[in-house]
Design a protein around this ligand. Structure first.
Ligand code: SAH
Length: 362
């Protein structure tokens, strides 16, 4: 395996992981990911300032206000197409710094009655990020929850940018004709390394064609849970997922760690880097359809934003702020360029049955 031996930074979490693995045995990749992200003292989400130019990674709403504004207008138009229900639960999964929601609410003012109809629900596990969201959304009526299932019933629009990629994945590795759990163990020097663990059944998930020695298959139980929670909501709802990953079926190792805007070894200095994996959109759409949701897309972010009028909106913003024109243009270019984020990121909409196809998935 390529990164079998990691160059570990000696973090407090590394010590906790060593103790646990020595006590309980090798740890599956999903458990490693969960611990690195969500450990109550040393997990990555306990850190403040992870998102943004001065942090570890940057996201679309932090690059340009136009992103959140277009999503806010999209929400308002979808609300109209649902028959303007009131109240409407406007739910965001993993709101980061709260920037997308702030920009969406500002743009939503343009649509009569929309803001009066909504109540905002944020699903966030990170204490420091909840605090940042509270500051960003000062003055707005917002409720926080630990999970989507805690949001009261009723018509809903759910938005999620770079949320699904953060959900822990399992990895299976194909060796000598069988799939095995990929696990993390401790080597003689106390460093973490990947290894092949017990054999597992993965009927239905494995690719149809025979797999090569060492092939990796990723399983996303967290995603299944989100889809089940959506399907359990009885009232009409529409969900929009924006994330990186392929539109077509694909397999392989996509676990990645990012620190200070650079890729690092996922096993190095655990707890100090953002750990994510690519979203498999074809698979996600298939899982949604299997529980009775309609799936529209995936479409590239470039196409999605283009069809929602990003160029026109940016032009108006530039005309109103000539001093910032070049910065506005650069931000929009970064989001919508088909060879950059615009092509890497995909957008998928999931609707409960009986709702019209949302724009711009026509
Ligand atoms: N949507 C934001 C942030 C993306 S980072 C943006 O575009 O800037 C991922 C976000 O999801 C963070 O806010 C993180 O704390 C949150 N998160 C990750 N896993 C979560 C989970 N299981 N439940 C709720 N929030 C989660």
């Amino acid at each position: 395996m390529s990164n079998a031996r990691a160059d570990n930074g000696d973090t407090a979490l590394l010590e906790a992981l060593r103790l646990r693995i020595r006590r309980d045995g090798p740890m599956a990749v999903d458990e490693l990911m969960r611990t690195c992200l969500a450990h109550p003292q040393h997990g990555y989400w306990q850190r403040a300032g992870s998102i943004g130019t001065g942090g570890d990674f940057i996201t679309a709403p932090e690059i340009s206000q136009v992103f959140g504004e277009l999503i806010g207008l999209w929400c308002a138009v979808v609300w109209q197409s649902m028959g303007q229900p009131a109240p409407l639960r406007l739910i965001e999964l993993g709101p980061g710094r709260g920037t997308l929601m702030r920009d969406a609410l500002r743009a939503g003012r343009a649509v009569p009655d929309f803001l009066d109809a909504i109540d905002v629900h944020l699903i966030e596990v990170s204490g420091p990020l909840r605090e940042t969201q509270r500051q960003t959304l000062r003055g707005d009526d917002v409720t926080w929850h630990g999970s989507l299932s805690e949001v009261p019933e009723g018509p809903a629009i759910v938005i999620a940018n770079e949320f699904l990629d953060a959900l822990p994945i399992r990895q299976l590795v194909f060796l000598d004709g069988a799939w095995r759990e990929r696990v993390v163990e401790v080597d003689g020097q106390g460093a973490l390394r990947l290894a092949a663990g017990p054999m597992v059944e993965c009927a239905g998930e494995a690719p149809a064609e025979p797999s090569a020695q060492g092939a990796i298959l990723e399983l996303r139980a967290g995603e299944d849970e989100i889809i089940d929670q959506l399907a359990r909501r009885k009232a009409p709802h529409v969900a929009l997922f924006i994330d990186y990953g392929p539109a077509e079926p694909a397999h392989g190792d996509t676990l990645q760690a990012v620190r200070r805007h650079a890729y690092v070894d996922p096993l190095s200095a655990p707890g100090s880097a953002d750990l994510t994996a690519h979203v498999q959109f074809a698979h996600l759409a298939r899982k949604a359809r299997a529980v009775g949701l309609a799936a529209h897309g995936p479409m590239t972010q470039a196409e999605f934003l283009g069809r929602l009028g990003i160029v026109e909106r940016a032009a108006r913003l530039m005309a109103a702020n000539p001093k910032q024109a070049s910065a506005i243009e650069a931000g929009v270019q970064r989001l919508a360029s088909p060879t950059g984020m615009g092509g890497l990121f995909k957008v998928l909409a999931l609707c409960s049955s009986g709702l019209p196809r949302p724009p711009p998935f026509v």
